[in-house]
Every structure is written in C-alpha cells, then in structure tokens.
Ligand binder design. Structure first.
Ligand SMILES: Cc1cc2nc3c(=O)[nH]c(=O)nc-3n(C[C@H](O)[C@H](O)[C@H](O)COP(=O)(O)OP(=O)(O)OC[C@H]3O[C@@H](n4cnc5c(N)ncnc54)[C@H](O)[C@@H]3O)c2cc1C
Length: 383
C-alpha cells in the first residue's frame, strides 16, 4: 500500500532498476566478493540515495514508509545493494540533522549519490557496548587528531566520507563526539576486507586511524554529543535493516513457492503435500507480520511521533523472520536449496547478518525491555 502516485512511480522505477541493473550481476559479484560501486552510483543517479531527506537538501522528500519499500524491493534481488543504500542513508544523518551550515553545504553531493558514506561506531573490543569505545580524538591547535581502530565498517575502502565516533572527553556516552572525515584524510587507513559468511559483495573491514588529522570544523554537533547522534541515526537505520530483511524473506517465499509448484515427488508437485503447503503458509505469514510491524514503526516516524522502540521490535521480528523463512526456503528446495545454482542458499547466508548489525537481537530486546520496565516504574529487578 503506497500513499501517493509518485510513490507508485518510484516503486516501478525501483523494480525496473532491480531487474535491469541488479538481477544479472548479483551472483557474479557475490561469488567474486567485489563491491558493486558502479551499481550504487547508478542508483544514486536515479535518485535512490537520498530518498527520505528534504528536496531542499538534495533529497527526494519521500516518507520513510516509501523509502523502506524501495529498500525491500532492492533487497529481494541483492541484499548487499539494499544494505548499501540503507547504510549510506544512515551515514548522511549526522550532517543532515546536526551539521553546521558549512557542513550542510555538502548535502547535495551526499544525498545526490555522488559520494558514498560510512558509519564508524563499532570497535574490535566492542559493538554492543558502543558507549565504551576507545578511539580518541584530541585537540591539537586547530585540528582534531584521531587515533584508534574501528571494526566491521561497511563501505570501508569504498566510501568517500566516514562518520567517526571518537572519545573527546571522559568515560561513558557523554565523552563521545562525532567527526566527519574525508576518505583521503592522511592516517585514515582501511584494512583488508573480512572473510564473511554472506553479503560477500560488501564485506566490512577495519579502519585504522593513525593520528588522522581533521580540521576543527569537522566536529558534527556538539562536543560530547556524538553518542546521542549515533543512537538517533541507528533508530532510523534499524528500520532500513528490517526492510532489507523483509525484502529478502519475501524473495525466499517467492522462490520456494515457484519451486514447490514445479518440483514433483510421488507423482505430484510437492506444493500439493500439506507438509510443504503449511511450511509455505507459515513463511508467508512471518513476512506479512514483519512488514506490518515495519510499516507501523515507519508511519510513527513519518508522523513525527516516538518510534525507536517500535523500530527495535520491527528489526527484532523482521530479521528473525528472515532467518527462519530463508532456512525454510532451503528446506523446500531440498538438496537443491543447498547449492549456489539456486538463490535461496545465498539468501540464508545473507539473512544471518541482519540479526547482528545495527544492534544484535539481544540489544533490540534490551531496548524493548527497558521501555517496558520504565513504564512499569521499575528501575532495578524486584525480588
Ligand atoms: C557485515 C557486518 C557489517 C557491519 N557494519 C558496521 C558498520 O558499518 N559500522 C559499525 O559501526 N559497525 C558495523 N558492524 C558491527 C556490528 O554492528 C557489531 O558486530 C554488532 O553491534 C555486535 O557487536 P560485536 O560484534 O562486538 O558483538 P558483542 O557486542 O561482543 O556481542 C557478542 C554477543 O553478546 C551479546 N551481548 C552483548 N551484550 C549483551 C547484553 N548486555 N545482554 C545480552 N547479550 C549481550 C550480543 O547480542 C552477541 O550475541 C558490522 C558487522 C558486520 C558483521
């Protein structure tokens, strides 16, 4: 269900781009583990890299619910590409929402798709406890000097700009600031890509900051305000990951249904066996429920209402659904589900990452539980 004619046209365009620019390339790029930078550029030129931002800043002023359906459509064909759009959209948030006038002048390039962004929060010693990060930024005259290691950075080595969350003060969240770094900054050193289970065309890598020097005006928002910016960005980013999970799961259902109608055993299509039909029905139900949670959270955001807990619920449910549904899709295809000639094998490997990044399933539960306990007036466990 889409709110406007314009949104219908946008979804048509996305389907066309997915068929023309993504479908024929995904297997090759995934097998070679090559990042599809040109494909992302093509999507940027088609206007897909700044969808939920205002037109005045170079975006397309689309409601979040529409942007998420674009992601869902892309993810059904190629998760790594949909994830790239989602991560880039997240990476534009700090400058959009907290940037100085001068920084915001970059927005047309950021949102127009010419520049690709990355978001550097996690570190080797911790992702879930992000407020404990140890990368340091120290003032030296008019500069910030950044030293430390960021881990698992999507678009490392491909991005044109990096949001870096670094410690500029004491321990805890209020000692963290957000800095905006160009890829060409001396001392900003992307490392070798990780060898990953899935999402192989967009493997993350560490970034070493070896006394990387940034102008003082690269501080985004207030000194000490970086953790809040990081969490705001993640609230919306989680909806993006949930949309990717829904798109992936929907594609797995579609492949499983098509296969079950064709494949015969015992003289009948396997879809005619109740055991298979029930599995397909459960898969489709999981996807519908995930999509409903996602759209509910997106509509809260579009209405300017609090949405962060609903976003956590949507990510928790949608990514569990993607894992379950893609695993069941492999089951429906039997042995053929286990080989790379059929896309469900890749989908099952890809699904796992959605349960891990932008907050693991346990972190989403912490967000939901905290709100439940706050509402109940409980600040510590009762006996
Ligand atoms: C492919 C990929 C891409 C990524 N891209 C980015 C990126 O672009 N930018 C970025 O900053 N990061 C990125 N990440 C990092 C990702 O966000 C982290 O891996 C994730 O947040 C988990 O952190 P961790 O790996 O350090 O696990 P840990 O935090 O060490 O967690 C290990 C396990 O302990 C559980 N756990 C931790 N604390 C608790 C608790 N209090 N209660 C219950 N369970 C708990 C976790 O849920 C998990 O199961 C990416 C990771 C991957 C794999």
């Amino acid at each position: 269900m889409l709110p406007t004619e314009e949104a219908h046209d946008l979804l048509d365009l996305t389907r066309e781009l997915a068929a023309r620019e993504l479908a024929g390339k995904v297997d090759d790029f995934e097998q070679r583990g090559e990042f599809p930078r040109e494909v992302i550029r093509t999507l940027g030129r088609a206007g897909l890299l700044g969808l939920p931002y205002p037109e005045a800043d170079g975006g397309a002023a689309q409601p979040y619910e529409v942007y998420l359906q674009v992601l869902e459509t892309l993810a059904g064909t190629w998760l790594a590409v949909a994830e790239a759009v989602s991560v880039h959209t997240l990476a534009c948030y700090p400058v959009y929402a907290h940037g100085t006038e001068r920084q915001r002048k970059l927005l047309p390039d950021l949102l127009g798709g010419e520049m690709l962004g990355a978001y550097c929060l996690s570190e080797p010693a911790g992702g879930s406890d992000a407020a404990a990060l140890t990368t340091r930024a120290v003032r030296d005259g008019d500069d910030w000097v950044v030293t430390g290691v960021k881990a698992w950075i999507t678009h490392a080595g491909h991005a044109d700009f990096y949001n870096v969350f670094a410690r500029t003060g004491g321990p805890g969240p209020t000692g963290i600031s957000c800095l905006f770094a160009d890829a060409a900054t001396p001392g900003l050193q992307p490392q070798k890509p990780e060898r990953v289970m899935g999402l192989r065309s967009s493997a993350p890598a560490q970034i070493v900051f070896d006394a990387a020097r940034l102008d003082a005006d690269r501080l985004v928002g207030e000194e000490g305000g970086g953790f809040r910016i990081a969490m705001e960005a993640l609230d919306a980013g989680r909806l993006g990951i949930a949309a990717c999970a829904v798109g992936l799961a929907q594609a797995a259902v579609d492949h499983a249904v098509a296969y079950a109608k064709e494949r015969e055993q015992f003289g009948r299509p396997i879809a005619a066996f109740q055991g298979v039909g029930f599995m397909l029905a459960d898969m489709a139900t999981q996807v519908s429920a995930a999509r409903a949670l996602l759209l509910h959270a997106a509509r809260l955001k579009d209405a300017g209402r609090p949405f962060s807990v609903e976003a956590a619920k949507a990510k928790l449910f949608a990514t569990d659904a993607a894992m379950r549904v893609t695993t069941d899709a492999v089951q429906v295809l039997g042995g053929y589900g286990y080989v790379s000639e059929y896309p469900v094998e890749r989908m099952m490997r890809d699904a796992k990452i959605t349960q891990l990044y932008e907050g693991t399933q346990q972190v989403q539960r912490m967000i939901v539980a905290r709100q439940l306990l706050r509402r109940a007036g409980v600040s510590r466990p009762s006996r």
